[in-house]
Design a protein around this ligand. Structure first.
Ligand SMILES: CCCCCCCCCCCCC[C@H](O)CC(=O)SCCNC(=O)CCNC(=O)[C@H](O)C(C)(C)COP(=O)(O)OP(=O)(O)OC[C@H]1O[C@@H](n2cnc3c(N)ncnc32)[C@H](O)[C@@H]1OP(=O)(O)O
Length: 243
């Protein structure tokens, strides 16, 4: 089960399998992927992801065969959908984020973490191999030290430790994340879209040449730049139209 709600330009998507601490199976991954796609198609300017009840997400559903009915491929597809959305995704980590639950938080752009939440990837306890993307994203966000503690040491990271390491951006609750999302939704969409592309560039692309960079800047030039300048001149909030 997945729940969605909309407040202006912000769509909140909630994992709703509280009885299983929002564990993910193939069906949940498909529902979550489709909910994210729908929010983007509806023109949302920011998405908040959260979990129902006391946990954010307990990871892959261990109550059956974890890798049944193409779970891994569907998980990968869902995480890639979140990672590549043109709009910012804020994870409101309302409780434990374990295994694929941490991966879900890693695929988001920003993380607001509840004080009693924690991150863990107990792959080494479960005989599971962790993929390269997850290791690289964890290192890029939390640093090599905390990443090794979590993966090689199979230890969890508390909210405060995650904030110190850089994995958490803020300590707060769902309302904190939604308020932040509303402020982000008022920023220039194309600027955010370009920043997300640059942040998520995994380094396999060659750096653009100066000519490519100026062409990219020209291509990204939008009416939003004129609106921002005009709004500043007229001392009012800009109303960005770019997508
Ligand atoms: C952009 C490109 C992306 C590329 C990505 C590539 C991906 C490639 C594929 C990677 C493959 C790896 C996938 C993934 O990492 C693997 C996993 O996720 S393994 C699962 C790891 N999860 C766990 O080990 C969590 C276990 N659970 C807990 O630690 C605790 O339950 C909790 C979450 C801390 C909550 O604790 P409590 O609140 O005390 O709750 P309980 O423990 O009492 O549980 C309540 C209830 O929920 C059931 N439950 C909990 N977790 C799960 C689960 N994972 N699956 C199923 N059910 C779960 C638990 O059994 C209880 O139910 P009850 O017994 O009461 O019926």
């Amino acid at each position: 089960m997945i729940g969605t709600s909309r407040d202006g330009d912000v769509v909140t998507i909630e994992l709703q399998r509280e009885e299983r601490r929002n564990a993910l199976n193939t069906e949940q991954c498909v529902l979550l992927r489709d909910a994210v796609d729908e929010a983007v198609a509806l023109g949302a300017r920011a998405i908040v992801l959260t979990g129902q009840g006391s946990a954010f997400c307990a990871g892959a559903d261990l109550s059956g065969d974890v890798y049944a009915d193409g779970f891994t491929d569907t998980l990968l597809e869902m995480l890639h959908t979140i990672d590549s959305t043109p709009i910012p995704v804020i994870a409101a980590v309302n409780g434990p984020a374990v295994g694929a639950g941490t991966q879900l938080a890693l695929a988001s752009d920003l993380r607001v973490v509840a004080p009693d939440a924690h991150f863990a990837i107990p792959a080494a306890k479960l005989g599971i191999s962790v993929d390269t993307w997850t290791v690289k994203r964890l290192v890029s966000l939390a640093g090599g030290g905390p990443a090794r503690t979590m993966l090689l040491g199979a230890e969890s990271l508390t909210a405060e430790e995650a904030l110190t390491a850089g994995l958490a951006n803020k300590i707060g609750d769902l309302a904190t994340a939604q308020d932040w999302a509303k402020r982000i939704a008022d920023l220039a969409p194309l600027s955010l879209r370009h920043l997300k592309m640059v942040f998520n560039d995994d380094g396999t692309q060659d750096d653009p040449t100066p000519e490519q960079l100026s062409a990219l800047q020209a291509a990204w030039r939008s009416e939003d730049m004129d609106e921002a300048r005009q709004a500043r001149w007229e001392k009012r909030q800009p109303e960005f139209k770019g997508r």
